[in-house]
Design a protein around this ligand. Sequence first.
Ligand code: SAM
Length: 268
Amino acid sequence: VNSPLREFAKWIVPYHVWNRLRQKRLDAGRARQLSATLSSAKADEYTCAAAIDFLVSLGCDHAQVVAGSMPQMSLDYARTFLPADARRGLHVGNFVGVSLAYFIHALGGASVVVAVDPNIVHRGIANPASRVLALLEHFELENNCLLLTGYSLERSVANDGRDYAGGFATTEAFATEPSCAQVLPQLTRLAPATFDFAVMDGNHDGIYLRRELACIVTLLRPGGVLVLDDVSSEWFEIERVYEEIGSELFEKLGTDGRVGVLRKRIAN
Ligand SMILES: C[S@@+](CC[C@H](N)C(=O)[O-])C[C@H]1O[C@@H](n2cnc3c(N)ncnc32)[C@H](O)[C@@H]1O
């Protein structure tokens, strides 16, 4: 609120001096507001178990988070194959952020991970991107992530067409959950041969995944690593895609019964 004295001063102080004083007041106010919103609590060391505990503390269902996220053992397995100098990652299928935060944490402060997900209800959890953001902030990983809200290709069916959490109506979600689409083809225009690794865990339709991989080949740099989740008999479509990937494009590095890891050939 401007006091009468301030109103008067405004007319006798030179304009540029007056603006400097106003700027100082504005800056001090912004700094006060910011420090009041920043948590001083030190983030915990990142593990999937700590991430899941945090997500449950936000109200997420424990069983759905565990069942819908890649397990720590498979993440640890996939990590061993990442290039030693890996800094730029692409992550498709975030859900509530467990595997995404894992990779950002594993890569460290110089990394950037582009994370693609349409932010539609998944396993009964609405607005999962809000949980991803909370998780990243909690573990102080928010400086190293670019969240892209959209489908990797065209709009695809939610929940892999399954009713994981009960009472899910795909048709309703279609009408009420807008999102962007065609993220991967657009990225190929912006950042070809850029990513040191890509993690694919979005739509589990085999034909869709094959088409996503056509973009991934362009987006990975030569020698870049591809991690496919759910290369297992439960997801036989994905298992088949993994088996059929041509050796002229990728060298298969291994599978632990859950994730399949491949390396893009240097010359193809
Ligand atoms: C199995 S969950 C991902 C779990 C996550 N990778 C983890 O381990 O923490 C699959 C996610 O992919 C999302 N998804 C489904 N179709 C997609 C698409 N076409 N593009 C990107 N994400 C998609 C789902 O909405 C869901 O959030």
